[in-house]
Every structure is written in C-alpha cells, then in structure tokens.
Write a protein that binds this ligand. Structure first.
Ligand SMILES: Nc1ncnc2c1ncn2[C@@H]1O[C@H](COP(=O)(O)OP(=O)(O)OP(=O)(O)O)[C@@H](O)[C@H]1O
Length: 261
C-alpha cells in the first residue's frame, strides 16, 4: 500500500467498455483508471462481470464498445493518422505482454521445471538471451520464496507453490500491470495465506495490480482502492475503509452483509 498522497501517473485507462455474450450483457459501460503502483481490488457477486473485465483489459476478450489504454498503447489497436486500426492477433499478442495475468488455475507446463516455466515466455516471445532471463528468473523465484525449488517439476509442488511460480512467470515478462483473477480461489484454505503474502510483498514493492478477489481482509489491508461491481457496472469505488465499512450504495451493503456474515 502506498501512503503518499502525491498524484500518480495513470497506467491503465478503461473507458466505457461494453461486452455481451450472445444476448447477455455482461459489461455495461465500465470505466476505471489505475495509477502506477496502485493496488485496486475488485469485489462483487458471482456473475457481476469481474473476470470479464480483466479479460477485456488484456484483450483475451474483445470489447464490443469502449477502449482499454495501458501506458501508451490502446490494447488491440494502433493509431495512424489519428485513426485507430485493429491489430492482427500476432501483434496483439506482443502488446498483451504489457498486461500480465495470474489466473485462478495456474496451468504450469508439467513437463518443464519451475525455472523453465518462468524462463519460457521471455525467451520465446521477447526473444531475450536465456542466460540473462535465467538469472532474472532465479531472482523472481527468490522473491516468491521458491528459489530452492527451481529444478522441481510442478507436480512436486503444492497448489500454493504452483501459484507462486505462476506469479513469478507473469513477472518475468516485466508487465506494466498485473491482473489477478481470484488467485487463491482454487487453493486449499491452508495455502491461501502464502499466496496473499507474496502479493502483499509485490504491492509493497510498487507493482501495479488489479485484483479480483473474495478475500475481503486482503482488500482491506493491501488495496489502495476498492471497486465494487454488480450487474456489469461499477456501483461504488473508494478507499477500502470507506467502501467496506461505510458503503453508500444498497447493493454494496447487501453484498458485504452477505459475505461478512
Ligand atoms: N465466454 C463466455 N461465453 C458466454 N458467457 C460467458 C462467457 N464468459 C463469461 N460468461 C458469463 O458472463 C457472466 C459474468 O461472468 P464473469 O466470470 O465475468 O463474472 P464474475 O463476476 O467474475 O463471477 P465469479 O465471481 O463467479 O467468477 C456470467 O454469467 C458468465 O456465465
């Protein structure tokens, strides 16, 4: 958490995005700005569109309307002569590397060691030198507390350890922002704490994070801002204490009383 009150550069701008699946409207004009180094936790009931929002931010889903700007890039588009043109899938893939994503299911490559899992994408996608990437990967594994497991295979690790490797793998791409989609929901309860503790450390180190979570305690403690979504819109947002302890909107109150009791 950042205690400074100085204004921060905005790194992510989500502008009025709409997304439907068939006749179902899932996002109905969501806007969100995230400052560099800011931690934003997104809360809301099941089906409110939280995962879809993250998937639209990194263009895993294409929006029907609206724009997502990360740093200098309008995700999925390039500007030429004041006109936005859609990028080819190959170029979107490269652009997408500025937006890291940690999923509920970590899907590590089972035939690769922990170190190989972390090194694979920077070498393949960014075509960086393996030696340099390996040194950085060991440092990242140290950061998530798993340097001693670098030669292990995923099935030799607990779920919590695999998720920590997945976090290191995401960081290895040096993203401008990391999206976490319920990163602890698939874990046994006793393994949740170790992943949240790694995420808390990354927040303290100044990583820009958007975290969809049901962990209200984490949101209260680590978030700079909490965003409450329902029905595909942002219902309320603000400092964690304001949204969680003195919510203004009835829908936020109803959700919190349901999850906290
Ligand atoms: N690819 C898809 N095709 C059709 N419907 C989808 C697709 N992806 C999501 N949906 C639907 O969109 C709605 C919102 O889903 P989303 O996963 O964004 O919600 P959520 O707020 O993250 O919920 P949860 O907390 O349960 O993960 C759900 O009703 C879901 O079934």
């Amino acid at each position: 958490m950042t205690t400074s009150t100085a204004p921060r550069d905005t790194i992510v701008r989500v502008r009025g995005i709409h997304k439907r699946f068939g006749s179902l409207k899932i996002l109905n004009g969501v806007s969100l700005s995230v400052g560099r180094g800011e931690v934003v936790c997104v809360l809301g009931p099941s089906g409110s569109g939280k995962s879809t929002l993250l998937r639209c931010i990194n263009h895993l889903e294409k929006v029907d309307d609206g724009l997502v700007v990360v740093g200098d890039h309008t995700i999925g588009y390039e500007e030429s002569g004041g006109v936005l043109r859609e990028l080819s899938e190959r170029r979107v893939c490269r652009q997408r590397t500025s937006v890291g994503m940690v999923f509920q299911r970590f899907n590590l490559f089972s035939h690769m060691t922990v170190l190989e899992n972390v090194v694979e994408a920077p070498v393949r996608v960014h075509r960086r030198k393996r030696g340099t990437v390996e040194r950085e990967a060991v440092e990242l594994l140290r950061r998530v507390g798993l340097a001693e497991k670098k030669d292990a295979y995923p099935d030799q690790l607990s779920g919590g350890q695999q998720q920590r490797v997945a976090i290191a793998r995401t960081l290895a791409m040096k993203p401008d922002v990391v999206l976490f989609d319920e990163p602890t929901s698939a874990l046994d309860p006793e393994l949740v704490g170790e992943v949240l503790s790694v995420m808390r450390g990354l927040a303290e180190d100044g990583l820009t994070m958007i975290v969809v979570t049901h962990e209200i305690g984490f949101a209260r403690e680590v978030a700079d801002r909490v965003v409450f979504m329902d029905g595909g819109v942002v219902v309320e947002e603000g400092a964690p204490a304001a949204v969680l302890d003195t919510p203004r909107e009835e829908r936020t109150k109803a959700f919190l009383s349901h999850v906290l009791h």
